[in-house]
Design a protein around this ligand. Structure first.
Ligand code: NAD
Length: 248
C-alpha cells in the first residue's frame, strides 16, 4: 500500500483482536506503531519487532486524561508527530433490554466506546497537525445499522462515534486530515467470543453475501488502506467490512 513506510501510527486497544491485527498490518506496511491499551500489549509489540517492525506500547486507559497525556507525551518525545490515529479501544456488549439498562451501564459504554475516542483524538491532535498525511480512523460498528435489540448502550455509543467522525472530517479537511469510520460486522476476537458462541458466528456468516468468516486480518486490510496515500480523498465515510452482511 502506498505511503505507509515510516508513518507514525497510534492504535488504541491493540493488545487484542482487531486493534492488534491492525497494528501488525500497519507495521508490515512499514509504519511505526504506538499502542495504547488498558492491558499489557507487550505480546503484540514483541510479535511486530520479531517480524522486523518498530513498535512500542503503553498502559493507558482511554477514559483517564492523565494517562493519555503521559502516553502522548512519550509519543511526542519518540517521534515528534503522529500520522495515523486508529481509535479502536472498546468494550463489547451482551444483550440487556433497554429498560433494564442502568445509568452506570449506559455511562460505561459512552465513556469507553465514544468519549475514549474523543479523549485520545483531542490529545493527539497537536501531533496530528504536524503530519502532512493525517488520518483518523474510528472503529465503529455495523450494529448501529442493525439496531440489535438488547444492545442499546453499545449502539448509542457507536452511533455517536459516527457523528463525531462526520463533524471531524469537515473540521479537519482544511488541514488535509481525513477522518473515517470503519465498521466490523461480527469478527471473532477475544471481545466477541466472550458474548457469542460458534453457532452465532456461523449464523452471521450464512447471512453474508460472501459466506466466509470475516477475520481481524480482513479488517486490518481496510484500516491499512484508509491509512494509505491511496485513500487521501476518502473522508467522512463509514465503511463496512462484513462480507456483504448488511447492504445499505
Ligand atoms: N469484533 C467484532 O465483531 C466487532 C464488531 C463491531 C465493533 N467492534 C469494535 O472493534 C473494536 C475492537 O474490538 P475487538 O473485537 O477487537 O475486542 P477485544 O476485546 O478483542 O479488544 C479490545 C481491546 O480494547 C482494550 N480496551 C478496552 N477498554 C479499554 C480502555 N478503557 N482503555 C484502553 N484500552 C481498552 C482491551 O484491553 C482490548 O485490548 C471495539 O471498539 C469494538 O467495539 C468489534
Amino acid at each position: 500500500m502506498r505511503g505507509l513506510k515510516d508513518r507514525v501510527a497510534v492504535i488504541s486497544g491493540a493488545a487484542s483482536g482487531i486493534g492488534r491485527a491492525a497494528a501488525k498490518r500497519l507495521a508490515v506496511e512499514g509504519a511505526k506503531i504506538e499502542i495504547l491499551d488498558v492491558n499489557d500489549a507487550s505480546d503484540a509489540v514483541n510479535e511486530i519487532r520479531a517480524a522486523g517492525g518498530e513498535a512500542n506500547s503503553q498502559i493507558c486507559d482511554v477514559t483517564n486524561q492523565d494517562q493519555i497525556a503521559e502516553a502522548v507525551n512519550a509519543i511526542e518525545q519518540r517521534h515528534g508527530r503522529v500520522d495515523i490515529l486508529v481509535n479502536n479501544a472498546g468494550v463489547l456488549s451482551g444483550r440487556t433490554p433497554w429498560h433494564q439498562l442502568t445509568y452506570e451501564e449506559m455511562n460505561r459504554f459512552v465513556q469507553i466506546n465514544y468519549l475514549g475516542y474523543f479523549n485520545v483524538s483531542k490529545a493527539i491532535y497537536p501531533l496530528l497537525k504536524k503530519s502532512l498525511h493525517g488520518r483518523v480512523i474510528n472503529v465503529a460498528s455495523r450494529t448501529y445499522f442493525l439496531a440489535n435489540p438488547g444492545q442499546m448502550a453499545y449502539v448509542a455509543a457507536k452511533g455517536a462515534v459516527m457523528g463525531m467522525t462526520r463533524v471531524m472530517a469537515k473540521e479537519l479537511g482544511e488541514e488535509g486530515v481525513t477522518v473515517n469510520a470503519v465498521a466490523p460486522g461480527m469478527v471473532a476476537t477475544p471481545g466477541t467470543e466472550a458474548h457469542s458462541n460458534e453457532e452465532a458466528f456461523n449464523r452471521v456468516m450464512m447471512n453474508q453475501a460472501i459466506k466466509k468468516r470475516v477475520t481481524p486480518e480482513h479488517f486490518a486490510g481496510l484500516i491499512a488502506f484508509i491509512a494509505s496515500d491511496d485513500a487521501e480523498m476518502i473522508t467522512g465515510q463509514m465503511i463496512l467490512c462484513d462480507g456483504g452482511g448488511y447492504l445499505h
